[in-house]
Write a protein that binds this ligand. Structure first.
Ligand SMILES: C[S@@+](CC[C@H](N)C(=O)[O-])C[C@H]1O[C@@H](n2cnc3c(N)ncnc32)[C@H](O)[C@@H]1O
Length: 289
């Protein structure tokens, strides 16, 4: 089910629009969660009788999609996103693999989340694991961590995860690609049609240290990804820094130039990305098992 009928506010409406247009390309071209990181998340839920996942900024449901087969006991998923189109993609991706697990899609800003009804599990309990994958930087982080403390089970964990993007990745072909984007859109990284990207004021670690979730462990997982020029172009459609409408009537010219550059850098048709997927695993002090 999806609730509420009206979006739960706390965000400017343009943030929702930013992700709406990208949802289909996101579902098709974004890399998933690496297996090693999935195992770390699954370990948190192992041994719990009716584990519940709250995924914030779920997008196309990458995190629950990866966790469902890894945690067969998973009982319920609350998947929250500001974009209805993303939630539609998440429903399509998750429905065929849910099995006995139930799913609630919540159209809300993460900090405004509240459960519609008591969640499965012990009375007055809450989610056992709260995940933010490639999404925390879009949110009001401290408010999200306060909300998490309000709703989570006593021995829950929060996982803030991500792996940068092809904008931040430092390889010869990503640097060259970034320069082409900048030659069309200006040097500042765009974040949709009406904004530029602002670096977070505080690090995620500082946010966590100042929150109820101050017992933090960092895990880093190197991943090698292979792209083709066509999948990079598809990926760009799904980003806030190179989505087609930013280029207005110059998008065709940009795409032709980007494609030519990617073809030139590709070896045997392939471009390599050496990424690091980082998981910050946070608990309330004194609750680690
Ligand atoms: C880069 S995507 C990540 C999606 C998914 N977690 C993944 O790893 O593939 C960021 C998602 O966060 C959502 N989002 C942005 N701001 C949000 C907010 N304040 N509250 C909830 N969701 C938000 C966007 O709509 C988008 O689906």
């Amino acid at each position: 089910m999806t609730y509420p009928d009206e979006f739960l506010p706390s965000l400017p409406p343009q943030q929702e629009a930013l992700f709406a247009a990208a949802a289909a390309d996101y579902a098709r071209y974004r890399p998933g969660v690496p297996d090693a990181a999935v195992r770390v998340l699954a370990d948190i839920l192992r041994g719990r009788s009716a584990p519940v996942l709250l995924d914030l900024g779920t997008g196309t449901g990458q995190v629950p999609r990866a966790l469902l087969p890894a945690v067969p006991a998973l009982t319920h998923i609350e998947a929250v996103d500001v974009s209805r189109q993303m939630l539609d993609q998440a429903r399509n991706a998750l429905a065929p693999v849910l099995g006995h697990c139930t799913l609630t899609l919540v159209h809300a800003a993460a900090d405004a989340y509240e459960p519609l009804a008591p969640l499965p599990g012990e009375e007055d309990s809450g989610p056992d694991l709260i995940t933010c994958c490639r999404s925390y930087h879009w949110m009001d982080g401290p408010a999200v961590l306060t909300m998490a403390d309000r709703v989570a089970a006593p021995d829950a964990a929060v996982a803030i995860m991500g792996d940068g993007s092809l904008w931040t990745h430092d390889a010869d072909w990503t640097r060259a690609l970034r320069e082409v984007i900048q030659s069309y859109l200006g040097s500042e990284r765009r974040a949709g049609a009406s904004a530029t990207y602002a670096e977070p004021r505080r690090s995620y670690e500082e946010d966590l240290a100042a929150s109820a979730w101050s017992d933090v462990t960092e895990r880093r997982f190197p991943v090698t990804r292979t792209w083709t020029p066509a999948t990079v172009v598809g990926y760009l459609h799904s980003t806030s820094f190179a989505q087609p409408d930013l280029f207005q009537d110059r998008h065709e010219a940009f795409e032709a130039e980007a494609r030519q550059l990617l073809d030139a850098y590709a070896k045997d048709g392939v471009l390599q990305e050496e990424a690091v997927f980082t998981v910050l695993l946070a608990r309330r002090p004194g609750t680690a098992s």
